[in-house]
Design a protein around this ligand. Structure first.
Ligand code: 13P
Length: 240
């Protein structure tokens, strides 16, 4: 079975002491298919240890008086190669709108960064059979006017919001149907070379089953990426 991409999203977790322990424990990982998205202030530790690093958010501005923001120009000048854009926590908790997600995607791509674009439906939207509508809206709005040559720098992470941190997962068949749907939406945008990841309650126990998913190129892992032993196990199964 082919090797998958594994992206760790640490969110706002771990102290510097815990990072040091984490780095020791994951030192066996040496694979370009692993991308670590730490809390941004810890990025240098992972870069110094040779990891591919992503930010969990990126500014749509280039530079200037934007307190607290990090621009893609700055990130790529440090060797940070990816940005997670449009994570549901940013959309929900920080009221990030589709037009901002789009501007961030364009700014990251224009400055040579890869983009991990998160899309997904809430519990209520799933119950109201609005999953496809939400995915189409989020993908179209985020990826409009993308240059064909940039599509290889984009990954879409399908993260059902109800699955994040809940231990609940869609059935494999449901995820596969969503992948087919996402590919249809992308095709209508003239895009055919974008990788698709799954995220939401991925752990060291379910990774073997999830690896069988057709059309899924990798995984975006939250909670289970914080424990180095669990994360190592996930990588061992997913990246071969
Ligand atoms: P969990 O793996 O904790 O469900 O989080 C998923 C996620 O939000 C990754 O971006």
């Amino acid at each position: 079975m082919e090797s998958k991409v594994v992206v760790a999203n640490h969110k706002m977790n771990l102290t510097v002491r815990e990072i040091s322990d984490y780095l020791k424990k994951i030192s066996k990982i040496n694979n370009k298919n692993v991308i670590i998205c730490p809390t941004s202030i810890y990025a240098p530790y992972f870069l110094q240890n040779g990891y591919s690093v992503g930010l969990q958010n990126i500014s749509y501005k280039e530079k200037g008086a934007y307190t607290g923001e990090i621009s893609p120009v700055q990130a790529s000048s440090m060797g940070i190669s990816y940005a997670i854009v449009g994570h549901s926590e940013r959309r929900e908790l920080f009221d990030e709108k589709d037009y901002e997600v789009h501007a961030k995607v364009i700014n990251a791509l224009d400055n040579n960064m890869g983009v991990i674009l998160c899309v997904g439906e809430t519990d209520e939207e799933k119950d109201m059979l609005r999953t496809e509508y939400i995915l189409k809206k989020e993908i179209r709005n985020a990826l409009k006017d993308i240059k064909k040559e940039d599509e290889c720098k984009i990954m879409i992470a399908y993260e059902p919001i109800w699955s994040i941190g809940s231990g609940k997962l869609p059935k494999n068949k449901e995820i596969e149907e969503i992948v087919v749907y996402i590919k249809e939406v992308l095709k209508k945008l003239g895009l055919s070379n974008i990788r698709i990841l799954y995220g939401g309650s991925v752990n060291e126990k379910n990774i073997k089953e999830l690896k069988k998913l057709k059309g899924i190129d990798g995984f975006l892992v939250g909670g289970s990426s914080l424990d180095p032993d669990k994360f190592l196990k996930i990588v061992e199964v997913a990246v071969k």
